[in-house]
Design a protein around this ligand. Structure first.
Ligand SMILES: Nc1ncnc2c1ncn2[C@@H]1O[C@H](COP(=O)(O)OP(=O)(O)OP(=O)(O)O)[C@@H](O)[C@H]1O
Length: 247
């Protein structure tokens, strides 16, 4: 279980996150949805220890991230929204490097690599450098790297971006299988349909604040005669209007 308590991130006078409180349960696929700049990546980067929150705490199974960073990081598979690292490295070297960092035994890593490369159709690209990959192939290379150690918690920033329909479908299936085992997936997306298909619950972020947390059914029930898109847009736009009326 992940507990986010009072998470706030300030960049100078800009509040990227404003007192975020959220629980993500074991066995749950949780989707973070929001406009550009809403705070999705800031939330995710706080969870994976890339940025230090200004205030607040994050607990994984009751353990404070601040005090148990390394132990918790080992349990997390993270995909960034910008898969543009290690460009000059042949992808197989990159995966083996990640396997070394996570201390995955030789036999296990090769088997897991074969399995994931098959799922994401990269089994014929071992010798290529990441630079030679298309955007979608890079995305898949970084998803494979994140899942190589079979981590309990998957935290994925816009994982579907650039994926072809087959790879997107396969990733969704992997997410479902993972959470069926009682494990956790948190991912961000702009695409409401993706969230509708696979999320047990979603959180809608607007200007660093959570303005809705619940199931898609609960969201739809707020306005039964409207489309999901309309409900979402009305919610975010009325949040903007409330802010403007306070100025
Ligand atoms: N390093 C930084 N310095 C200053 N402001 C930042 C920094 N990183 C993010 N921000 C600001 O924090 C806010 C939240 O950004 P964040 O990247 O979390 O949004 P997002 O929801 O992931 O957006 P997108 O959908 O475009 O990826 C934005 O207003 C952004 O400009």
């Amino acid at each position: 279980m992940i507990n986010i308590e009072g998470l706030t991130k300030e960049y100078g006078t800009k509040k990227a996150l404003d007192n975020l409180n959220l629980t993500i349960n074991d066995g749950e696929i949780f989707g973070l949805i929001g406009h550009n700049g809403a705070g999705k990546s800031t939330t995710i980067k706080s969870l994976v220890s890339i940025i230090e929150p200004t205030y607040g705490n994050i607990f994984f199974d009751g353990k404070n991230l601040k005090e148990n960073r390394l132990e918790i990081k080992k349990k997390i598979g993270y995909v960034s929204d910008t898969p543009d690292l290690f460009l000059k490295m042949p992808v197989l070297y990159f995966w083996r490097f990640i396997a070394d960092v996570y201390e995955i035994p030789e036999a296990v890593r090769e088997e897991r690599l074969e399995y994931l490369c098959k799922i994401f159709s990269l089994e014929d690209s071992y010798e290529k450098t990441i630079e030679e990959f298309s955007h979608g192939m890079r995305q898949k290379a970084f998803i494979i790297a994140a899942l190589l150690s079979d981590p309990d918690i998957w935290i994925l920033d816009e994982p579907m971006t650039g994926l072809d329909p087959q790879s997107a479908y396969n990733l969704k299936e992997l997410m479902r299988e993972h959470t069926k085992k009682g494990k956790t997936v948190l991912f961000s997306t702009h695409v409401l349909e993706v969230a509708e298909q696979i999320c047990n619950r979603i959180g809608i972020l607007s200007k660093g604040r959570l303005i809705f947390v619940g199931t898609m059914e609960e969201l739809k029930n707020l306005h039964p005669n409207q489309t999901l898109e309309k409900i979402y847009l009305d919610m975010v736009n009325s949040d903007n209007r409330i802010d403007q009326s306070l100025v």
